[in-house]
Write a protein that binds this ligand. Structure first.
Ligand SMILES: NC(=O)c1ccc[n+]([C@@H]2O[C@H](COP(=O)([O-])OP(=O)(O)OC[C@H]3O[C@@H](n4cnc5c(N)ncnc54)[C@H](OP(=O)(O)O)[C@@H]3O)[C@@H](O)[C@H]2O)c1
Length: 214
């Protein structure tokens, strides 16, 4: 699958390596592709990356993501599933940039023809691509309104090492705010553990998985 990753930072590079190793065609999208020639990964401009992609991934700072996507334009993004990993946090990691909403919802509202799936944002980039390196199974969440886009995202999560049993669909795109707001607890846990290399595991009662969805 042709995957375009918007951003060239920790998350975009980690996911590019993970999906590249799984056989996908990877392209990173940068504001300054001419300055990103030393990454050892293919890099293009933002619009060129969107034009190339069957699936797009937002791995840019959450406070600027909508503006960046607007620079590509709604027509160019229409119909392309967008996996949103972004979280908007202040520089001191103390405040969310979407406190009563979420970046995922804001993107979906601004680009109604682009199905958005929020996932992977509840963990460090090192865990996104190596869940098997932890001491046991853990959970990755999916939020989004479009069943087909979620199915595509779920397949790509499997390719990163997340078995279906670890993927928890928590509902429509409004549930993205729970994932994003978890960032504040993530910071607290990381401080307590003195490490970012951890994840949470949802442990249900034996009967819970057989209940109908909420
Ligand atoms: N790091 C993690 O472990 C982690 C975990 C969960 C969620 N997230 C979220 O994932 C997103 C990406 O995180 P990251 O750690 O990869 O961030 P990062 O290392 O700072 O990289 C962000 C990339 O976005 C691009 N960008 C576009 N507009 C920008 C702007 N105005 N200022 C700075 N960079 C801009 C930059 O690429 P160009 O300069 O090439 O355009 C940059 O490399 C963020 O929203 C973050 O909150 C990160």
């Amino acid at each position: 699958m042709r995957i375009g990753l918007l951003g060239t930072g920790n998350v975009a590079r980690a996911l590019a390596h993970g999906w590249g190793a799984a056989g996908h065609d990877i392209l990173l999208g940068s504001r300054h592709p001419e300055e990103r020639t030393d990454l050892g990964l293919p890099v293009a401009g933002l619009s060129e990356t969107a034009a190339h992609a069957e699936v797009l991934v937002n791995a840019t700072p959450g406070g600027v993501s909508v503006e960046l996507l607007r620079s590509i334009g709604a027509p160019a993004l229409a119909g392309i599933p967008l996996i949103d990993v972004g979280v908007g946090l202040s520089d001191d990691f103390a405040e969310l940039s979407h406190p009563n909403s979420s970046l995922g919802e804001q993107i979906q509202e601004a680009f109604p023809l682009t199905p958005v799936v929020k996932t992977l944002c509840t963990m460090d980039s090192t865990v996104m691509t190596a869940p098997g390196g932890l001491d046991g199974p853990s959970t990755v969440f999916l939020s989004g309104d479009d069943a087909e886009a979620k199915h595509t995202a779920g397949g790509l999560l499997t390719d990163l090492g997340w078995p279906a049993s670890s993927q928890l669909d928590i509902g429509g795109i409004t549930t993205a705010r729970g994932q994003e707001h978890f960032a504040l607890l993530f910071i607290g846990i990381a401080g307590g553990l003195r490490s970012h290399t951890f994840n949470i595991n949802v442990v249900a009662a034996p009967t819970a998985r057989s209940l109908p969805p909420l």
